[in-house]
Design a protein around this ligand. Structure first.
Ligand SMILES: [Ca+2]
Ligand SMILES: [Ca+2]
Length: 490
């Protein structure tokens, strides 16, 4: 998985280079940097940093033109940032053959048995002489669906087929046409990440061929495969997936807030995370009375740490198959700015079941998850029941700051007694405020507003944390003086 490049060139005379590009050449599918005919940035000893969303890749091509100082083209160094791909364990996966006349339908599992050797073809799904594809109709292409068993984030997929190392009259190595690879969360809606059409795709070899795509959530992977350059047989040998299974967050340390002004008939907030969704579990969970499709009530879960979430599953009372109206879910990192990821409007949502309802979305930072719920279509009462919540994602890991140093800015006079390292010592007690970084601007500015105290951004006091070494940062959390209620900083 690669997410950044550092491109170094000759830089001593502050030159710039044009026509710098990682644009597609042949089968390269991703362009992460392209200056076109204009000059790129002035070169320095730091090089040029290019950032992009993570993608699995093996080859990086970097082309460049002349500089604005002379005709010379100098590549000095390339640094690549990322991490190795992680193989997904497919032990619980099932390979399901499409409706074709397979030579050996009993060997469907050979597609995901971990064996990639060419000679293992007889123990892996094969279409034999009964197939007459000419790389023509895409409707007549054999396929296999792999049900991974649960939703995972997939980063890349490697496909292995029968390959030859001796060549033939027209092709050095065997190639296959009509290849498609599709991903799906639910087995119904598919995202196509490879489609060769009638063209021959990449040459086959013992290492297989890896399909490159932006990381995607999927439980089902479907692979279509046509004939090959040697003959009309179709040999699926193996599929390897790279990525990670979704991780269920431990919510036991969360806190819950119930919307003010509503009539909460049940307020057992711990019941939202106790795993119990049995028929009378609602009595030991949370519910509001007098709700309706125009008068929902919300529950906010505050996670113990910032998390990167990719789904939320909602459980309500379901034992009579009821549906609830006016449902929504929104996420926030600070509890004040919210992003909606689900809404039924004032209408009814899904019919409730023991599976709950899972809302999937692109991985998103969140510390607060708010869920609104109106009344139900059950005739018994105008109340609602939140019985359980589950969330998938991961908590953001705190970076140890034991190599770090704090430096105070030199554009202001800081009070004496400040111990800058206090800012990263993990403690934020109110009685130690004078030892943390602080400054009082009142004597020089009689009017206490942000505009008069700090007319220029260059007047602002600041501190710098030197982490001591480079790190991939995902979030920074800052505490200001909070020991007097109602204070805001700008
Ligand atoms: Ca195999
Ligand atoms: Ca529960």
């Amino acid at each position: 998985m690669v997410h950044g490049l550092e491109l170094h060139s000759y830089w001593d005379d502050a030159r710039r280079y044009c026509y710098q590009t990682t644009r597609k050449h042949g089968w390269y599918i991703l362009d992460v940097y392209d200056t076109g005919p204009t000059w790129g940035p002035v070169e320095t000893s730091a090089g040029i940093t290019v950032r992009f969303p993570p993608i699995a890749t093996r080859f990086i091509r970097y082309a460049k033109g002349r500089s604005d100082k002379n005709n010379g083209i100098h590549w000095a160094k390339i640094r690549v940032y990322g991490k190795d791909l992680k193989l997904l364990n497919l032990n619980s996966a099932k390979a399901i053959l499409g409706p074709f006349e397979w030579a050996n339908p009993q060997h469907a599992g050979g597609f995901i048995d971990g064996i990639t050797e060419r000679d293992s073809w007889a123990g892996a799904p094969t279409i034999g002489t009964n197939y007459t594809d000419t790389c023509g109709s895409p409707d007549n292409v054999p396929y296999i669906t792999v049900d991974i068993g649960k939703v995972a984030r997939l980063d890349a997929i490697t496909l292995f087929k029968w390959w030859n190392d001796v060549g033939n009259a027209t092709e050095t190595y065997r190639r296959y046409c009509n290849q498609r690879l599709q991903l799906s969360i639910d087995g119904e809606n598919w995202q196509t990440v490879l489609n060769t059409g009638a063209s021959w795709w990449a040459s086959e070899s013992s290492g297989g061929n890896t399909v490159q795509f932006r990381p995607a959530l999927a439980r089902y992977v479907r692979h279509y495969l046509g004939r090959n350059t040697d003959n009309e047989y179709v040999h699926f040998i193996e599929m390897k997936a790279y990525g990670e299974y979704r991780n269920e967050l431990d919510l036991s340390q969360s806190t819950v807030q119930l919307e003010a002004g509503k009539t909460w008939s049940l307020q057992h907030t711990g019941g939202l995370f106790d795993g119990d969704i049995s028929q009378f579990a609602y009595k030991k969970s949370v519910g509001a009375a007098s709700v309706s499709c125009t008068n929902p009530a919300w529950v906010t879960v505050e996670l113990p740490h910032l998390a990167i979430l990719d789904s939320v599953t909602l459980f309500h009372y379901y034992h009579d198959g009821r549906a609830y109206c006016n449902q929504w879910v929104e996420l926030s990192t600070d509890g004040s700015t919210w992003q909606k990821v689900y809404s039924t409007g004032q209408g009814y949502g899904f019919s409730e079941t023991a599976l709950g309802y899972t809302i999937q979305f692109e991985p998103m930072d969140a510390m607060f998850v708010r869920h609104g719920l109106g009344g139900s279509d059950a005739s018994v009462a105008n109340d609602n029941h939140f019985t359980e919540k589950k969330m998938n994602g991961r908590y953001v890991k705190e970076l140890p700051l034991d190599w770090a140093n704090v430096e105070l800015s030199s554009n202001v006079q800081w009070p004496t007694g400040i111990l800058p390292q206090r800012v990263i010592d993990g403690l934020n007690s109110c009685d130690k405020w004078a030892e943390h970084a602080w400054i009082d601007r009142t004597p020089t500015t009689p009017t206490n507003t942000c505009a008069t105290n700090f007319p220029q951004e260059s007047d602002l006091p600041y501190l710098t944390v030197d982490l001591g070494r480079p790190a991939m940062l995902e979030a920074v959390r800052v505490w200001f003086y909070y020991c007097t209620a109602g204070r805001n900083s700008t």
